[in-house]
Design a protein around this ligand. Sequence first.
Ligand SMILES: Cc1cc2nc3c(=O)[nH]c(=O)nc-3n(C[C@H](O)[C@H](O)[C@H](O)COP(=O)(O)OP(=O)(O)OC[C@H]3O[C@@H](n4cnc5c(N)ncnc54)[C@H](O)[C@@H]3O)c2cc1C
Length: 322
Amino acid sequence: MERVKLAIVGAGPAGIACGIEAKIAQIEPVVIFEKASHICDTVVRLFRPGKRVDAVYQGIEVAPIGVCRFETESKEAFLERMQRWVEEYSLDVRLNCEVNYIKKVETGYELTVNGTPQVCADFVIIAIGIFGKPKKPDYPIPKEVKDRVFFEPPHICPVGGKVLVVGGGDTACEVACFLCKNCEVYISYRRPQFFRINPINLKILEEKVTEGKIKLLLATDIEKLEANEDGRVKVCFKEGRVDTFDYVYYCLGGSTPKGFLKYIGVEFDAEDRPIVDEYYETNLPGVFLAGDIAVPKGTIQLAFNTAHIIIKRIQEKYLSQR
Ligand SMILES: Cc1cc2nc3c(=O)[nH]c(=O)nc-3n(C[C@H](O)[C@H](O)[C@H](O)COP(=O)(O)OP(=O)(O)OC[C@H]3O[C@@H](n4cnc5c(N)ncnc54)[C@H](O)[C@@H]3O)c2cc1C
């Protein structure tokens, strides 16, 4: 069994920032396990080519407190930056390595990777994000229209058709603006107006609405989806409106991977959020949550900041007396 001081699960912005902060704090050896074949899978998979990676996202503005920080830049520049950091700080990132289980043993925590117990660590940081599991609506999606309903933003714009985007955050707004190049786009959002949206996104959206390329269905809530006779998606709104679309894109965010966290023994509160203290330590001593799974609403800069707080805490609470 390989022995390390710190095992990090997930090589997204939070996991990589934890690796960097640990390197600077001279905590070693550190290993980062990533289940995908590349780092930053959420950015790679869900951000379309050329997407702006905003330093202030969903209206959440946080000052950087650690070494990791960035200015708004393209998806490609951001991924290059992350790869450069991995190399500059010589991080030991192991790709295609999914952590399936974490168990308390006498000498620390044993991590099962791709089905085999592989590493024993003094400390574990779980930085697996929330986008492995996109949030879905409560009502069922009829099987006849499953290939017309999507829960991830598109990378390619359909060549035409009538499209419904569901959601009111930055992602819904960006998806609508992207799709309206070729399609007739509607946005359905439950609130009467957009909330905490990035000002650049809002400006672009307003322009598209004025040009008639996007139509807003604000203060609308979907009751159910049905298959229309022509195979398209019939959308029934609670307000009584019924409309038919070629495609529906849900942009509702992600959800905490509760199954994994509960399975390894992390406790949850009454609102079903994992319980962490102010340093993001769970009820399992020495096991921390970083990034999106640690905070109510995540952003990349917030993920970087959680990494700084956790590593400082490990040093001060556990390592300073040694
Ligand atoms: C479409 C979209 C647009 C966004 N735009 C912005 C923006 O402009 N600006 C901004 O600040 N934020 C944006 N966000 C939010 C941002 O992506 C997240 O806040 C950020 O990625 C959180 O980083 P993280 O490291 O916590 O999680 P993630 O980035 O989700 O990384 C988690 C990593 O863990 C890996 N993993 C998961 N499970 C395991 C396992 N069991 N074993 C090993 N590895 C595992 C995953 O493969 C992944 O690489 C956007 C999100 C979406 C979906």
